[in-house]
Design a protein around this ligand. Structure first.
Ligand SMILES: C[S@@+](CC[C@H](N)C(=O)[O-])C[C@H]1O[C@@H](n2cnc3c(N)ncnc32)[C@H](O)[C@@H]1O
Length: 208
């Protein structure tokens, strides 16, 4: 696969810890965690260091989109924009209505879909199906039973056939039983500069 887009660390260093853009909204994030810890999977938004590592793994040709699942308050989304993904080629899916509304407010021009990522084939606009270079999944799949994980993996495969996906996680080992899902797992990056320390995994279909 051609690596047409790869952000440099310098480009996204403007994702500052102070978050002058108001994107991170840690208060909203924490309240959602209190309401539904399993759905959120984390107490705080991803750190600038983790955002940078995710952006560095994105691959797309100029006419392809990036699809982010579980965009939360949008820190990775903003890093993707600052790393060079055009707003009209960034598609966000977020299940929490307040967060989807927040994403629309702070990321104008980006397509924000409020909905459940298990329904991706219905949610992603038809012209983008098969034209997604990278799927970034922030949904805490490790907390789900294998059959439920499978629903997300199948939904991703339906809109981005054969592409696999990036998945960041706080696990020391692969958060998914890759072989059982017919995937090859590769840890692409790790950072201690996140709470908790996090890895970026790439899952690719083995075709078997
Ligand atoms: C670990 S947080 C990541 C948030 C953000 N991307 C970040 O890095 O700070 C997981 C996000 O996935 C969302 N989520 C959980 N289940 C979902 C689902 N089935 N469909 C869409 N979003 C979901 C949660 O609401 C939450 O915003």
């Amino acid at each position: 696969m051609t690596k047409m887009f790869q952000s440099s660390g310098t480009q996204i260093s403007s994702v500052s810890p102070a978050d002058k853009t108001g994107t991170a909204n840690p208060g909203m994030f924490f309240r959602r965690w209190l309401a539904n810890p399993l759905q959120m999977g984390s107490v705080v938004p991803s750190s600038p260091a983790l955002c940078r590592r995710v952006v560095q793994q994105v691959r797309r040709t100029p006419d392809e989109a990036v699809l982010e699942l579980g965009a939360g308050t949008g820190v990775i989304s903003r890093a993707l924009l600052e790393g060079g993904v055009p707003a009209e080629r960034l598609i966000l899916v977020e299940i929490v209505p307040d967060m989807a509304a927040h994403l629309r407010r702070v990321l104008p021009g980006v397509r924000v879909i409020e909905g459940d990522a298990r329904r991706l084939p219905e949610l992603v606009p038809a012209p983008w199906i098969g034209r997604i270079g990278t799927v970034v999944c922030g949904i805490p799949l490790v907390l789900l039973p294998v059959a439920e994980q499978r629903r997300f993996i199948d939904a991703i495969a339906a809109v981005a056939p054969a592409r696999g996906f990036l998945h960041y996680s706080y696990c020391a080992t692969s958060p998914l039983p890759a072989r059982r899902h017919g995937l090859l797992a590769k840890r692409e990056a790790w950072t201690p500069l996140n709470f908790p320390p996090a890895s970026v995994w790439r899952y690719t279909p083995t075709g078997g």
